[in-house]
Design a protein around this ligand. Structure first.
Ligand SMILES: N=c1c2ncn([C@@H]3O[C@H](COP(=O)(O)OP(=O)(O)OP(=O)(O)O)[C@@H](O)[C@H]3O)c2ncn1[C@@H]1O[C@H](COP(=O)(O)O)[C@@H](O)[C@H]1O
Length: 106
């Protein structure tokens, strides 16, 4: 099981964005702003869909990684933290009561 998680990637993106390193894809993407980063996010989403419907497992994993990376870049550019998205998912889970139903079933 990988120890890598999105919180770590979010921290890496923040650090690379601040670095201004011209060899950093993240820093260059940040310099171009949200429209370009959002366009890349859309492209990666489409490539992920294509991999899924093509039943290309290896490509689905690779495009999913690209998608999550570019999604976090767009969030960072817009000042939205991963934690805020997790809180929204947590609220929805609490509202649906799905975990209580599962624990009652045993
Ligand atoms: N996870 C990623 C990651 N996923 C995808 N990419 C980059 O996203 C780019 C987009 O892929 P494309 O195939 O669309 O590239 P492209 O066709 O050259 O792009 P365009 O022609 O459309 O501009 C590639 O150049 C990848 O390197 C990433 N770049 C960085 N990271 C993470 O960010 C960290 C810091 O990277 P740097 O900012 O480059 O130091 C890395 O250690 C990784 O953890």
């Amino acid at each position: 099981m990988s120890q890598f998680d999105l919180t770590r990637l979010e921290a890496i993106i923040a650090e690379r964005a601040r670095s201004g390193d011209e060899n950093s894809w993240t820093a260059r993407l940040f310099a171009k702003g949200t429209p370009k980063a959002a366009q890349k996010l859309g492209e990666e989403a489409v490539e992920t869909v294509i991999a899924a419907v093509s039943r290309d497992r290896r490509e689905l994993i690779s495009e999913s990684a690209d998608l999550l990376y570019h999604w976090l870049v767009v969030l960072a550019l817009e000042g939205v933290s991963l934690n805020e998205v997790m809180e929204e998912l947590e609220r929805r889970t609490a509202r649906s009561g799905v975990e209580e139903k599962a624990s009652r079933k045993g």
